[in-house]
Design a protein around this ligand. Sequence first.
Ligand SMILES: Nc1nc2c(ncn2[C@@H]2O[C@H](COP(=O)(O)OP(=O)(O)OP(=O)(O)O)[C@@H](O)[C@H]2O)c(=O)[nH]1
Ligand SMILES: [Zn+2]
Length: 234
Amino acid sequence: MDGPSENGDAIVGGSIVEGLEYRAGATETVSHELLPAEDPLEPRKRSFDHHMIETGVTMILEGLGLDPDHPRIKDTPTRYARMCDEVFSGLLSDGREAMNRFFDENHNEVVIVRNIPFASVCEHHLVPFIGEAHIAYLPHPDGFITGLSKIARLVDVMARRPSLQERMTREIAEKIEEVLRPQGVLVVVDAEHLCMTMRGVRKPGSVTVTSAARGKMQSDPETRREYMGMLRNP
Ligand SMILES: Nc1nc2c(ncn2[C@@H]2O[C@H](COP(=O)(O)OP(=O)(O)OP(=O)(O)O)[C@@H](O)[C@H]2O)c(=O)[nH]1
Ligand SMILES: [Zn+2]
């Protein structure tokens, strides 16, 4: 069978995956120009508007009755804007760039990367939720895998956005499916939400578990059970 593709961009002799180039038996770093065009429904900015962020933070400080010109906090708005570059960097990326190294290894057994720590921010309260992602994928039958660290990089991209845990979990699974065309992928995420611990219902230690499955992990209950077991009970 030819390489990973669902829509006619088949690999012939291991050379092209829908614009992603790799050589049989070799590792390739794929330049951004080769990646598929961004989804026009999901336009990505190139950078954040620091001026707007700084104005907003200044207003919050004022709203709290603090003096934003006080020496102790006068740099807080610019500091916050700089922090956004880091903690929301996933808004500037579509995730495909995170997986930019592939191996044509004829490996078609499961690959599992477990206990990938992440920190995200809940879109309702803009406070962190922190946890671990666990990922299993069954490569394309021809064996098409990515560098292990690239899976962790993808988690970072999806985490560094204001999000919901369910959406983040789904976005990781969907991106792996899109880029690697695996036979199946299963993503499980455990996280503690600070909006449930430092405020509101105040239940410190409560852990939310979400999963997203695609391909065989979704359609075949036996396969799903097997890989869920590997992710949950190592
Ligand atoms: N499903 C889901 N809910 C989340 C996530 N992060 C935060 N929430 C929830 O979003 C909900 C927002 O509820 P609202 O009633 O609009 O806000 P609220 O008054 O601050 O709610 P409380 O947190 O219950 O005080 C809360 O129940 C949060 O626990 C998430 O990742 N997934
Ligand atoms: Zn929240």
